[in-house]
Design a binder for this molecule. Structure first.
Ligand code: NAP
Ligand code: MN
Length: 268
C-alpha cells in the first residue's frame, strides 16, 4: 500500500477562494494527492487560499507548523502568496517534479512581562507597541542592554524581514530581503521637539540582538501590543523583549526572481 500524500487546504470564505478551493481539490485528487480541509499534522504541504491576511491567520491558527506553505492569492495584495488561481495546473506539475525551493520565513518573538507574569507572542510580520486611545507613548529602548533612546510618539514597529513590506513600509521603514536575519525598529510619528527627542528613522538590528522596550512607569497601563494586526492589552507592563524567533515557517518558492517582480508589480 502506498503512503497517502495529504495536503491541507486552508481557505478564507470569499467567493473567489471557494471557487479556487473546489478546483484545487478536484485537481489534487486527480493527481493522486489527498486534500484535507481539516488541518492534518501528517500533511506534506499546506495550501493557503486568500490574501496575506489569510496566510498570516493560517500560520497563527495552526501554531506555526513546520509543514511548508504555498499560497494562492485571491486577496487584494497577496505579497506572501506565490500563485494565482489560474496557475494550479503548472503548480501541481512542478510540485510533483520537486521543481521549487523552500524559503525560510523568519519571525519575531516578544516576551511581554507585567508585574505579575510574562506572556509570549510570535509575529510573522511585526509586533507593534502603541498607546491606548491614540495616546502618545514614552518608551525606553535598549539594544543588548545598551540604552538607545527614550522614544516619544505614536509607537514603535518591530518588523521581520518578510514583514518589512507591510506596516513597516507604510511607516517609512526599509524593505529588507527575507533571507537577511534581522529585525527592524521603525518609529510611528516620532516626536522631535525641544521637549522630546526620538530617532526619526528606522534602524535594522542583527538577528541575534535583543531589543528591550520599557514603558515609563506612569504609562505602563497605556500600552497596546499588536501582533500581526491582532490587538493585546496587558496590565502593568514592565518590559517587552523582542528577538528573532527560533521557530521558522517554510514557504515554497517557484521562481528566484519572484521577490523583485512582486516588489515592482505590487508597490510601484
Ligand atoms: P489588512 O487590513 O488586509 O492588511 C493591510 C494590507 O497589508 C493588505 O493589503 C495586506 O495584503 C497587506 N500585507 C499583509 N502582510 C504583508 C506583507 N508581509 N507584505 C506586504 N503587504 C502585506 O489586514 P491583514 O490582511 O490581516 O494583515 C495584517 C497586517 O496589516 C499587519 O501585520 C500589518 O503589517 C498590516 N497593517 C498595515 C498598516 C499600514 O500599512 N498603515 C496598518 C495596520 C496594519 P492582503 O490584501 O493580501 O491581505
Ligand atoms: Mn487582508
Amino acid at each position: 500500500m502506498s503512503e497517502e500524500r495529504i495536503i491541507n487546504i486552508i481557505s478564507n470564505r470569499n467567493y473567489e477562494s471557494r471557487k479556487t478551493k473546489k478546483n484545487l481539490i478536484y485537481k489534487l485528487r486527480k493527481n493522486g494527492f489527498e486534500p484535507s480541509e481539516t488541518y492534518s499534522d501528517k500533511a506534506e504541504l499546506n495550501i493557503c487560499i486568500g490574501g496575506d491576511g489569510a496566510f498570516l491567520r493560517a500560520i497563527h491558527r495552526n501554531a506555526f507548523p513546520e509543514i511548508p506553505f504555498v499560497g494562492i492569492n485571491t486577496g487584494h495584495l497577496g505579497f506572501f502568496q506565490e500563485l494565482l488561481p489560474n496557475e494550479i495546473d503548472s503548480f501541481i506539475r512542478r510540485y510533483k517534479a520537486q521543481d521549487y525551493q523552500v524559503e525560510k520565513i523568519y519571525m519575531v518573538d516578544a516576551t511581554v512581562c507585567t508585574k505579575k507574569k510574562c506572556f509570549y507572542l510570535t509575529g510573522i510580520n511585526e509586533i507593534v507597541i502603541k498607546g491606548v486611545r491614540s495616546k502618545v507613548v514614552h518608551l525606553e529602548v535598549f539594544i543588548n542592554d545598551n540604552h538607545l533612546q527614550r522614544f516619544s510618539g505614536d509607537g514603535l514597529i518591530v518588523s521581520t524581514p518578510s514583514g518589512s513590506t507591510a506596516y513597516n513600509f507604510s511607516a517609512g521603514g526599509s524593505i529588507v530581503y527575507p533571507s537577511l536575519e534581522s529585525l527592524q525598529i521603525t518609529p510611528l510619528a516620532p516626536i522631535n521637539s525641544s521637549a522630546y527627542r526620538s530617532l526619526p528613522n528606522s534602524a535594522i538590528i542583527p538577528g541575534d540582538a535583543i531589543i528591550q522596550i520599557k514603558p515609563e512607569l506612569r504609562y505602563e497601563n497605556s500600552i497596546l501590543v499588536l501582533n500581526d494586526g491582532m490587538e493585546f492589552k496587558y496590565d502593568s507592563i514592565v518590559s517587552i523583549d523582542l528577538t528573532m524567533s527560533d521557530k521558522k515557517i517554510y514557504k515554497l518558492n517557484f521562481s528566484k526572481d519572484m521577490y523583485w517582480n512582486n516588489l515592482k508589480s505590487k508597490f510601484l
